[in-house]
Design a protein around this ligand. Sequence first.
Ligand code: UCC
Length: 556
Amino acid sequence: MPFLQAAPVLSNQYLDDRVLRSYLRRVLPPAVLGAIEGELTDLGEFAATAWTQARERGRCEPKLTQWSAWGERIDRIELTPAWQAAQPLAARYGLVAAGYDSAHGAAARVHQFAMVYLFHCASEFYTCPLAMTDGAVTALKASGNRRLLDRALPHFLNRDPQQFWICGQWMTENAGGSDVAGTETVAREENGRWRLYGRKWFTSAINAQAALALARPAGAAAGSDALALFYLEPQKADGRWRNLVLDRLKDKLGTRELPTAEIHLDGAPAELVGEPRHGVRQIAPMLNITRTWNAIGALATMRRCIALARDYANRRVVFGRPLAEQPLHQDTLAGVQAEFEAAFHLTFYVTELLGRAQIGQADEAQQNLLRLLTPLIKLWTGKLAVAIAAESCECFGGAGYLEDSGIPQLLRDAMVWPIWEGTSNVQALDFLRAFRTAGGLTPLLSAQRTILSQVQAKELEFCVRVAREGATQITEWLQKASAGERDRLEAGARDVAIGLARVMALSLLARHAEWALRAENDPRPAAAARRFAERPLLRLRSDGARDAQMLASDSY
Ligand code: UCC
């Protein structure tokens, strides 16, 4: 019998998730946890089954048919089996609606994002349109546009698959991705109706029944402030497109199940969301929601990589014993686990803040903290998911490099987390924007003080000290840099943003570890916190801007 290597297997992804379950036991009232555990268990089972089915089925991609046999332009999209299955499932679980459900009060967002975290990898990025739909709900609510609220929200928040709609977010153009000031799409008012003309370069989930789009009203000034935000329903009831064509589906590194199109708008009917300018300000609430989904999706990637790598470590025997018993492999997995646990607690902490803020239970400091932390979680978890996916490929040796093992897909898909919804550098600059407009570091430092005051265990003293010292160093760096040249502050923004995310994550992980020691007699979160604290938290430079200019351009 030739040697056969057993493939990794996933068990129920909720029941198997110590980190999620312990966190939920700490933050949710028992009655709420009791009410939602059934659906979390079901989603955990769905996640495990979907992984096995996807391996058996192989990879599927959406297909665009532009012309009928008789020469008619039809632009019909055939979705993958996973996408077809995801739509009714997302509606029934209320993966968007749960975020606004008053039944669990401020815990609505924790509940929603626990489901999303379990669903994401199995959904093959159907979570992308769900994120945008959720963002659209928040942006429309902020706009106060009664007509659109009455028109769209009953669909966006519906739990009936027949009624549920998803929504796109049409921002990116050839000339404007990170900097939307380059937007060339023009909005003209014709016979009392707005129509859009132009080209959108990346439209994710083009099958969405609705979209929010940025466009420049004809005759308006240049720059981003003159852009307006529009609502569209791009298809008629019979599936025909309303004055737009799909030029092609994008040929992407990952997220290949997600139909991302390049489109031409040729008078597509649209409705103004608010006033005919300040469109970026109006779409910003949507970005903050999708960026939170992004962080949850990145966490889901990390968790999936870890679950597979751990299972495999028990099956693969080398040098006379399973990988799981080899000290160096244990050490590798431990490092990854510690990073993941820290990222988990920071990200879910943001979902707690969001839940409080949207029902008016967050004071000004907490709202500012939410504003400050949102770009930080998008930035840090995006980068971390790529690093963990790369490490996990290695955990499978050569098999991790083979397409049909399913492992390389995790890495290629992970590469999207730092890119879309604003790259890492866009997040770092957004952190600076929030730092300037939302109370500086004060809300974060005061929250950190409160969190660390709850950590008393001797086993965690080192973590508390490292977290405090890190916060002090960042505060001093920011004070100094803010007083100097703007370029210097910007050049260091990514390092300082990641450092701050790590400092806050360590504080939150230590607080959870304290609780787990006392309430559950579980030493593992404390071990994760110590391991996380041992790695350098910060990478702050005294003056990077001039060196960076020289090195980036190779001139002096
Ligand atoms: O990639 C895309 C689709 C993928 C969907 C994936 C969903 C996630 C799936 C998850 C699955 C689990 S769509 C493309 C996404 N594109 C972006 O994210 C754009 C990236 N660029 C930026 O974020 C830039 O920072 C811009 C575009 C916002 C910069 O625009 P401006 O106009 O140059 O920036 P300003 O002038 O600083 O900001 C304009 C206003 C200001 O308010 P006012 O007018 O009151 O002074 C800002 O304070 O907008 C406000 N603002 C914000 N407010 C800007 N950003 C924010 C923010 N994040 N939060 C609150």
